[in-house]
Design a protein around this ligand. Structure first.
Ligand code: VGL
Ligand code: ZN
Length: 193
């Protein structure tokens, strides 16, 4: 594949909490790391996203005393899954996986930082109104085609790719470099597909 200077690799949430042993482990999450490192070497433009919640974040189940993990509640912007506490700012779980090559990244975009809004997409928070600033960054830098890899395929990768298209970018998901949470049948890429 020939990669141009208008292409960017967006590696979504390759963090300890989404890997084996993490608080919200995606099955075999860490297996995407070698491929992402390999692909990343070919891109001039690499962006890493990092799920980065304050302790009192609305998506963390421990902030809802009578609820259980993976229950859904209704918020002003729609349904919200209550996730096991994960990616708390400054925690080990929120760090990038140790083996992830981070030195070449041009931008690390943190999301999910507003207490009252979750953010699956790297472009807009779950209210679909609050921008993260990523679209502006990519546009100003003249980037047009975005290649998505990372975790989780059925949440942050999926919403990021969908919103990238709505924002006018070309979006490609490299499925073999993603893994899914597979919550109640949410789609997961076929291994080796
Ligand atoms: C994610 C659920 C909650 C993700 C983040 O990165 O896909 N999923 N927070
Ligand atoms: Zn999260």
């Amino acid at each position: 594949m020939k990669i141009s200077s208008q292409d960017a690799l967006i590696a979504v949430d390759v963090q300890n909490d989404f890997c084996t042993g993490g608080a919200l482990a995606v099955p075999e999450g860490e297996k995407v790391v070698p491929a992402i490192n390999r692909i990343g070497q070919k891109f001039e433009n690499v962006v890493l996203t990092q799920d980065w919640h304050p302790e009192d974040h609305v998506s963390l189940v421990s902030n809802h005393p009578h609820r259980r993990p993976f229950e859904t509640i209704e918020l002003s912007y729609g349904p919200q899954v209550l996730w096991p506490d994960h990616c708390v700012q400054g925690s080990t779980g929120a760090n990038f996986h140790n083996a992830l090559e981070t030195t070449r990244a041009r931008l690390v975009l943190r999301k999910g930082t507003h207490r009252d809004i979750d953010s699956y997409s790297a472009f807009y928070e779950n209210d679909h109104k609050t921008p993260t600033g990523l679209a502006g960054y990519l546009r100003e830098r003249g980037l047009k085609t975005l290649f998505f890899v990372g975790l989780a395929f059925d949440f942050c990768v999926r919403y990021s790719a969908e919103e990238a298209r709505k924002a006018g970018f070309e979006a490609v998901v490299i499925e073999e470099s993603c893994r899914g949470i597979d919550l109640d049948g949410s789609p997961s890429p076929r291994i080796g597909a």
